[in-house]
Design a protein around this ligand. Structure first.
Ligand SMILES: CC(C)(COP(=O)(O)OP(=O)(O)OC[C@H]1O[C@@H](n2cnc3c(N)ncnc32)[C@H](O)[C@@H]1OP(=O)(O)O)[C@@H](O)C(=O)NCCC(=O)NCCS
Length: 387
């Protein structure tokens, strides 16, 4: 139920409050409520359609739960939604003590409380309840029977979620402006960079060999002290991000064919990236995000130089793609030192930005309870993990 009498609302710490998975109807009601904050350039109908479209992707189908905080005394179908959020179960890897384990985790998103209900402790209560529920939620088939960690990306700074255990992790990025073809002056045409279609990303970034390398890296990482985790960068993640961009282009740029170039690569240097286009309220907020980079560590200084130049070529191609889709910039998260060097080839003044407010990668670790130590390292913490 959307309407509610504000003065008769329960307190945030009331024993009557309960966190439950929303019914399909309640899920739509909670989407309607949070549309005020997140529909961006879409109208309400399109925003609901977007959420349904994303819900039906392989990554999220069967893995997404919409949670609502309600008063247990209200009958299903008539419950007032006090606060809401979504969780997405994901495949992950855990490296510890010389072994690599396949595990499952949850990503949390769309944490919301409608404006007239704010400040009453509903979001806090929801997150306290959620942190406990996620320990075992949808984990029946997992060998440990429970999760070891959950993640979220905070848009409200580093403190709020930390009080419930979601600690801030490395949240940096670099960006480069969109650049028109004329300005590039043949730089893209003359480089070895190749535009990648979805199928190419599948073959060069999500193939068995590449995913086996992720496991090998985790295996090596498992030999040093402390647990390490990574979300598996499988093809379903990229499809999900592309479903999002294709939805927007269909709604907002109906005159144009949907974007088919989903990344760029250099076969000689063996470096590849996948991207997606994000549409904000205004063109300045349109960003081409590089979702993930794939390359092997160079074995010599000469190899390193070749790799850095290839990365720079790919970034140029991304800048051009951003321009062609009316994006203001290209951005990628937690760049490696090699990527930082590639950026400085293109713009020596570009800086690594450490975010303090938005998209703060946050992780709640419960592995200590399972003998895995107090600390955890988050590997492959790139944009593809965002939901
Ligand atoms: C953030 C939000 C969910 C909080 O809901 P709420 O029910 O009012 O929260 P609670 O009453 O449980 O807790 C209030 C606390 O929220 C924190 N908070 C709320 N908005 C915040 C913001 N924009 N930045 C930082 N902290 C914020 C405050 O620290 C406040 O703490 P205090 O009690 O010490 O003053 C709500 O403001 C909202 O829906 N905002 C719009 C959507 C959004 O930004 N969601 C978060 C996405 S990561």
């Amino acid at each position: 139920m959307i309407a509610a009498d504000v003065p008769s609302l329960p307190a945030g710490d009331s024993p009557d409050l309960i966190l439950v998975p929303a019914t399909p109807h309640e899920r739509i009601e909670s989407i309607k409520l949070n549309s005020v904050a997140w529909k961006g350039p879409l109208n309400l109908e399109s925003y609901i359609a977007r959420e349904d479209h994303l819900y039906n992707q392989r990554l999220t189908r069967e893995n997404l739960t919409c949670w609502i905080l309600v008063d247990r005394n209200e009958p299903e179908g008539e419950r007032t939604i006090l606060s809401s959020c979504e969780t997405y179960r994901k495949k992950a890897l855990l490296a510890h003590n010389g072994t690599v384990e396949d595990v499952k985790t949850h990503g949390i998103g769309s944490v919301y409380c409608r404006p007239e209900f704010r400040g009453k402790g509903y979001a806090k209560r929801m997150l306290e309840e959620l942190s406990r529920r996620l320990d075992t939620w949808q984990m029946e088939k997992e060998s440990r029977g429970q999760s070891l960690f959950t993640i979220l990306f905070s848009d409200i700074g580093k403190k709020f979620y930390a009080q419930f255990g979601w600690r801030p992790f490395q949240s940096s990025h670099m960006s480069l402006p969109a650049v028109a073809r004329e300005v590039l002056n043949g730089a893209v045409e003359n480089s070895k960079t190749r535009a990648l279609l979805a199928e190419d990303i599948k073959n060069s970034m999500c193939d068995d060999v590449t995913l086996a390398k992720v496991r090998e890296c985790m295996q090596i990482a498992s030999q040093s002290p402390g647990a390490k985790i990574a979300i598996i960068p499988d093809f379903d993640h990229f499809i999900w991000h592309w479903a999002r961009e294709e939805f927007y282009t269909e709604k907002l740029l109906a005159h144009r064919a949907p974007p088919t170039i989903k990344g760029a690569g250099d076969d000689q240097a063996r470096v590849y990236c996948a991207w997606n286009r994000n549409f904000g309220e205004t063109p300045e907020n349109n960003v081409l995000y590089i979702l993930r980079w794939v390359y092997d560590d160079p074995k010599s200084a000469a190899e390193e130089q070749v790799l850095i130049e290839a990365m720079a070529g790919i970034l140029r191609r991304a800048q051009l793609e951003a321009h062609e889709w009316n994006m203001s910039k290209v951005e990628f998260w937690n760049p490696s030192p090699l990527l930082e060097k590639a950026v400085s080839l293109l713009d020596p003044k570009a800086e690594l930005v450490h975010r303090e407010e938005s998209s703060i990668a946050s992780l709640r670790w419960t592995g200590a309870d399972q003998g895995l130590g107090k600390n955890v390292t988050w590997l492959l913490n790139e944009k593809f993990t965002w939901c």
